[in-house]
Design a protein around this ligand. Structure first.
Ligand SMILES: NC(=O)c1ccc[n+]([C@@H]2O[C@H](COP(=O)([O-])OP(=O)(O)OC[C@H]3O[C@@H](n4cnc5c(N)ncnc54)[C@H](O)[C@@H]3O)[C@@H](O)[C@H]2O)c1
Length: 347
């Protein structure tokens, strides 16, 4: 049996960590090949569909450290593939419906870095409120600005609006509500009443109410057609002029051109982005020259604990499926496949 890491040089997983995964796979009788990113994707950030197809002809599992396009075309061309394993939570580059139609299990690592995402959102919120990144940039330029810049508001008196109340959103709620006493509101039409009952202080609101009432909006949704470009020019016009937007989920939830416009024109005051639409940011991008924004290179998942969980889970899921015939249902991202007879038991 063969499995293939399609994008080993994407940068999120080291060669040593892939060696650990290869050892675990080998113990289950699976040979893990690692495709050379430089060879496979000479010009692109991710391998193309055709490169994936050419590289995975004999693979029963495709492993993705980044977000390569695992489309219907790719899956139909590779009928021997049983598993697609992401080294992360987001599965927006994989056609989940096509995978379910074809009996392919798309595996992810739900919640492996939810605490870290809440931590990075906290770091960005506090840095923007207290202007620390701005002051640091000025000091490095030889300046010593005092009170000329905006006076920071008191975070205890603000309203934090969470767009998506999953694991990361709930951790961020805990930090701000329990730590600062910040008022928290949330918009998540899919969150269960049981979860809502566990957060009596959170006011669950519509999207429009979230947009108009929040001082800080922090985005924690999955990327779907419904959430793509949901923050756009019209929405920025509705937000408070003093508002901040934070995105640690996926870049395309925000129309980035519209965000640059909103920051330049003062429709909103500041933004903190761990993820952007065009990664890496092009050389000439307005986000690189604006003072009221922090951009990170999509590194919100990093952490000692999340790394350990990431590699351990990846070592376990497919090898255990192959040796025991059992697959943890919570790690199956395309839930529609759970009702299909794919030759594995979901536990
Ligand atoms: N920056 C990074 O490096 C990084 C790393 C891992 C994950 N992520 C992203 O962070 C996201 C959040 O992580 P998580 O662990 O909290 O995921 P999660 O699955 O626990 O939570 C996602 C929440 O989004 C909600 N949601 C879905 N559609 C919605 C909609 N239309 N409106 C409002 N809410 C909606 C869901 O109900 C769910 O509660 C992931 O989906 C992933 O895209 C980013």
């Amino acid at each position: 049996m063969n499995a293939i890491v399609i994008d080993k040089d994407y940068g999120s997983v080291t060669a040593e960590e892939l060696d650990c995964v290869a050892t675990a796979y080998a113990a289950a009788g699976i040979q893990l090949k690692r495709l050379d990113y430089q060879v496979v994707a000479t010009q692109q950030k991710e391998p193309t569909e055709d490169e994936i197809i050419a590289g995975c002809k004999d693979a029963m599992a495709i492993l993705a450290t980044g977000n390569p396009p695992i489309s219907r075309k790719v899956l139909e061309a590779l009928p021997q593939v049983k598993f697609v394993q992401r080294f992360g939570a987001g599965v927006n580059s994989i056609d989940l419906d096509a995978a379910a139609d074809l009996g392919v299990m798309v595996l992810n690592l739900p919640g492996f870095c939810a605490k870290e995402l809440a931590d990075v959102a906290t770091a960005m919120i506090m840095s923007l409120i207290r202007n620390t990144a701005y002051y640091d940039r000025e000091v490095r330029k030889g300046n010593w600005p005092k009170c000329k810049y905006l006076l920071p508001p008191d975070v205890r008196e603000l309203t934090l609006g969470l767009y998506g109340f999953g694991l990361a959103g709930r951790y961020l709620h805990d930090i701000f509500y329990k730590g600062f006493g910040t008022k928290v509101i949330a918009c998540d039409p899919y969150v269960s009443d049981t979860i809502k009952g566990q957060y009596p202080d959170v006011h669950f609101v519509s999207f429009d109410e979230l947009v108009t009432n929040s001082d800080i909006i922090s985005i924690h949704v999955i990327l779907t057609p419904e959430t793509t470009h949901v923050f756009n020019r019209e929405v920025f016009k509705e937000m408070k002029d003093s508002a901040m937007i934070i995105n640690t989920s996926r870049g395309p939830v925000i129309n980035n051109d519209d965000l640059a416009w909103a920051l330049e024109t003062g429709e909103i005051r500041y933004a903190g982005l761990d993820t952007v639409e065009r990664e890496p940011l092009p050389e000439k991008d307005p986000f690189k020259t604006l003072d009221n924004i922090i951009v990170n290179p999509h590194c919100g998942s990093y952490g000692v604990g999340s790394k350990k969980t990431q590699i351990q889970m990846t070592c376990d899921i497919v090898p255990q499926a192959v040796t025991t015939g059992k697959v943890p249902g919570r790690c199956v991202a395309n839930k529609a496949v759970l009702s299909k007879n794919v030759g594995y038991q979901f536990i």
